[in-house]
Design a protein around this ligand. Sequence first.
Ligand SMILES: C[S@@+](CC[C@H](N)C(=O)[O-])C[C@H]1O[C@@H](n2cnc3c(N)ncnc32)[C@H](O)[C@@H]1O
Length: 340
Amino acid sequence: MPLFYNALEAGAHRLSIVPPMFDYFGALGLHALVAAARMGVFDALGERPSTAGELAAALNLDPHATGVLLRSLAGLGYLRSRGGRYRLTRTARSWFTTDSPTSLVAGLEFWERTACVIWPRVEKAVRDGAPGTPFYTLLESDPELSRSFQAWTGALARRQAPAVARVVPVPRGAARVLDVGGGHGWFGMELLRRHPGLRATVIDLPRALEAAADHPRLTLRPGSFLDDDLGAGYDVVLLFNVLHGLDDREAATLLARLAAALGPGGTIVVGDQFGDSLMPGRASRALLRLLDLNYLVAAGGRVREFGEVSGLLRAAGFGRPRHRRPLRSAAMELAISRLM
Ligand SMILES: C[S@@+](CC[C@H](N)C(=O)[O-])C[C@H]1O[C@@H](n2cnc3c(N)ncnc32)[C@H](O)[C@@H]1O
């Protein structure tokens, strides 16, 4: 929520005069946000600033309750009101209207399901050191959760892909790229757009590929990257946002399989969040720590430091990786390494 303490509030928190209510209210704010997006509140206000009554009539909602919801969304920083008429803030317009090029609406439900279905297992995960049902097993048996997860990761990827593709080293004459756990296929698609001679293969679990991108030079290969045939002779392998979902043993197995699937001198590009990154502020670092806990609770995975990723790569036969942080890719950094 785009909400910042004023000096008085910050002082009250620092001196612990007030309890840390936003830990609880943040969860409530998530539900208000998702419900508003699902009912079309942001899209409607994006088209026409309205009073609560006008919006309720347009969306067939209860007028009083609509006013209560709008006031809480305004409090959270998503709306502004003047003379009883509500309009979107820049945050809401960019991220929560369906037609915005940076829209996250399609994937918002994923976070609602994460809060309701996955995070109640945090205590068990911390007691046992692992989740009861691993995330990707859950996705294969829950089409709605899978759809919202792919929508979320796809929306982030669409935004990041151009900047990321610019720094992925595709050697002259390279013919084949493998996008491992590539799901929606957006990263592979962006490489195909930049390199007309290239063909891309995405390997992912069957359900993840149901809504994958479509392109004549893109092959979808349903299967497990841990057990199934990956093919061979690739020039470049992309491994984006996959390592954090694996424990060290699985990560080592996968990297060894990818080394075998690459042709001589081939390149692997690992994209992930690195725990020792110089994140710009305390709030960003707090997010990274929560993400680490999220990977533990959901998948038994973890955020690794760049040095740990480097160690895993070298053990699998790759050279010392280079670290890149593409612009407009706040959520993903790269470790780029060649097969020795
Ligand atoms: C966090 S998503 C990342 C998607 C995409 N690479 C990106 O960065 O946006 C992880 C992907 O790995 C896939 N995945 C997880 N376990 C897998 C397995 N054993 N075999 C194949 N794909 C798997 C998931 O289905 C999912 O699409």
